[in-house]
Each structure stands twice: as structure tokens, then as C-alpha cells.
Design a protein around this ligand. Sequence first.
Ligand code: XIL
Length: 314
Amino acid sequence: PAPLGDLAKKHHRYFGSAVDGPGFADPAYLKLLGSEFGQLTPANAMKWYATEPERGVFDFTAADQVVSFARAHHQKVRGHTLLWHNQLPAWLTEGTWTAGELRAVLKNHIQTVVRHHKGRIMHWDVVNEAFEEDGTYRESLFYKTLGPGYIADALRWAHEADPHAKLYLNDYNVDGIGPKSDAYHRLIKQLKADGVPVDGFGIQGHLALQYGFPADVRQNMQRFADLGVEVAVTELDIRMRLPATPEKLATQATWYADYVEACLAVEKCVGVTVWDYTDKYSWIPGVFPDEGAALPYDEHLRPKPAYHAAKAVL
Ligand code: XIL
């Protein structure tokens, strides 16, 4: 049977997976990771705490492991992420910074990381989760110290360091049309008008059965495409309250298929990434108590109904 990645390729899309450290010690996991998927995203290895654990001291060990594996298996790589309010090193969050100092720290971080991987990264999630649910700017260290212009600056610095990488803004709860996705629509429109290098909108796609399938997914993707940027589904998982039942798994399967179909229906939707492929390594149970079973393979690496449903629409 053809792998998801190969099937997606026939539609000029990719189908990818996130991967994290523990998976690299698991041969059965790696076998599927290398054969089934056409794209990888490091779940943690490119975050600031991992790449610049001390000021000016960079560590690319974990990131290079992902990039080397991907290259060996002819997989594309999404770089995730340059600026985010979470998983920052203590030296950064505990420091007191003038705007001038923080700008210099940001520029050095972005350009050192992007330069290190230059030519090997298809997309960079340059800024992750910049907005609140109501569409106001998140009061991150970056926003509070530098104002909203930090986003345009970050994009320009990243572009300078690797002009061929496509630069994305990425967030969750932006699947449908609403205040948060509206904020991105306005921002990307403005960035484009100002000539700022922005190429894509990343829709994380962390869904939960109990909240219902988001409305207007395709229309939302299309309105970003109409601004002249690509769209990618960057972190798809569909969690449920445990225990999983055949009914819940069947609903989940439909949702996976519907999400993949939405991407196929929008020409500028370039691909779908699941936030790891197996329930064995999903981040969900660690963060959402009593929830899980969010991915297309179960914890024994067996394909679930969701896997077959996604495949059926590809
Ligand atoms: C998650 C990782 O999967 C976890 O291992 C980590 O403990 C926390 O971060 N949105 C994002 C991702 O953009 O970076 C997050 O990844 C999940 C939510």
C-alpha cells in the first residue's frame, strides 16, 4: 500500500509528521517515520531553549538529528519555531532587557539558527502564537518590549539569513473564520502591503472532538490564499476524552479526512503535518488530563480508522 507521503505528492502536497527525541531511540517508530511521511517537523528541537540554552551559545545537536534523518529519507523539513512565548531559556525570560538589547538578541538568535540550517528548511515558523483568542496581540516578552513591529523585523531577519526558505506565521484556533484568524488576515495583508517577506499561514489544527469540527475551514484557507500566501496545516491532531471508543474513533476518522480534503480543495494549501503520528508519542495526554488518542496510529504503531480515512481521500 502506498504511503501517505507518496499519495499526497500526487496532489502536489506533502503529508508529514512531527518527531521528538524519544522516537529516535525506537526503531519500529523510525521505520514508519522514514517510509510513510514526506515531511518532518521537529516537535521541540528547534525551539529557543534547545538551540540557544545560554546566551550566545548554540546547540544544534537535536535539530541536526531531525534534519539528517529527513535528508536521508528525502523528506522536507519545516523549521519550528524561531519566536514563541513558550519554551524559552531562563536567561532570556529572567533577564531585564532594553528594547535595543532585546532586538539584538532576537536578530542574533534568528539569524544564527536560520543560517545554520540554510538550504535545508522548506518553511520556517518564524513567529508562533502571536495573537490571543480575541485577536489582540499576545503580551509576550517580545511584544511588551518591542511592540508589534517585532513580527516584521523577525521576518526580515529570517529572510536575510535564508532567502529561499518560506516564512510562516503559525497559530492554533485559527482553523475557521473568527477574531483570531481575522487578526492574522489583517496582519498578513498589511505585511504584504509593506513588502515584508511573509509566505505562509500555518494553521496548527489541534482539534478536540468535544468542541466540534470547526466551521469554514476551507473558506478560511482560501481567504489567506487570496492574500497571496500559502497555507499549511502544521500540527494536526484530533483528541478525545479517554477512553477511546469505536464511535469516537470513527468520528475522528471523518475529521481527519475532512481536514485533508479541505487542504486538497485549496490550491495554495501545500500540505498537512500531524503532530507526531502515533499515540505513543503524542503530547496530548501530558497536557490535557484524560484526553488523548489524537493521532492516526495507536500506541502500538497500528494504523487507526483515521489513517485509513486520510488515505482514502488522497
Ligand atoms: C509541544 C510539544 O509537542 C511538546 O513536546 C512540548 O512539551 C510542548 O510543545 N503548539 C506548538 C507546538 O506550536 O510547539 C507545541 O509542541 C504544541 C502546541
